[in-house]
Ligand binder design. Sequence first.
Ligand code: APR
Length: 314
Amino acid sequence: MAKVTVIGAGNVGATVANAVAHTGCVSDLVLIDIKEGLSEGKAMDMMQTAKLYGFDTRIKGVTNDYAATAGSDVIVVTSGIPRKPGMTREELIGVNAGIVNSVVKSALEFSPNAIFLMIANPMDTMTYLTYKTSGLPKNRVIGMGGQLDSSRFTYYISQALGAAASDVGGMVIGGHGDTTMIPLIDRATYKGLKVKELVSKEVADQIVADTMVGGATLTKLLGTSAWYAPGAAAATMVKAMVLDQKKVFPCCVALDGEYGKSDICIGVPAVIGRNGVEKVIELKLNAEEKAAFDKSAEAVNKTNGVLKEMGLVK
Ligand code: APR
């Protein structure tokens, strides 16, 4: 059975830990934070639900003790500041790049074979930063954003149709920013039917617009970033890795010629299994989708450029 570490025991990190424990596929989970007592307290609270929910994952909370994370199969990076209402994910780059760089380095020392699942924002750029600075192969650095955005997309579709979200299929590719994500509305389905044939153009456009600002809408309501859907999205990906499920998730991966791009980490569908990214799936994008993907990649590259200006990436 697998061992998983979650770095950052805040709203998102703790929810990831809780959701992973509920999958039942992980024997040991370590929650680590810099705030004294936070991980320990949240881990103990979760462990006191083990009897009630019937899970057997051992959850341990530690403060800054990376030795406790040794031998992890998957490391989920949530440490970083969340956005406040009115902020974009990209505005977090300065602070979060420093945090992400240091935690990845510490974690890698004790878990040299781990797969890194990146959640801290701006997620595409934090994934790129980790890929470029850690020396890890591209299959072992993955960003979670597309899986979350796709879940939000299917939520908005299900609301518009008055249907069950589990009956809806939809995928979001591109960057994980409010203006960079690409909800693939032409391909969205409801039980084999095309969503576009079931709703008016206005409704379809609204679904896309709502999805793109899905995170910002929640930040406005909550005063900080959301955590339930990010936690659940990460848990589905952790499960696919530790159980070698080889499931397809839209997620942020390093491209090396696929979609005509290289030297970038951006959202595309990928097969996820024991080796992390097992395969990148190349969709045959139509002209409109391709133009949107090119524009999105340009914006992600621009944000990545800040890392270069900061001297963090060559
Ligand atoms: N090492 C470990 N933990 C750290 C470090 C560090 N160097 N720096 C900060 N943290 C911890 C904080 O102490 C805090 O407990 O990361 C946690 C972040 O938790 P929250 O402030 O609750 O933020 P959260 O909502 O969980 O978001 C975390 O995920 O979705 C993204 O945009 C979001 O970048 C943000 C990240």
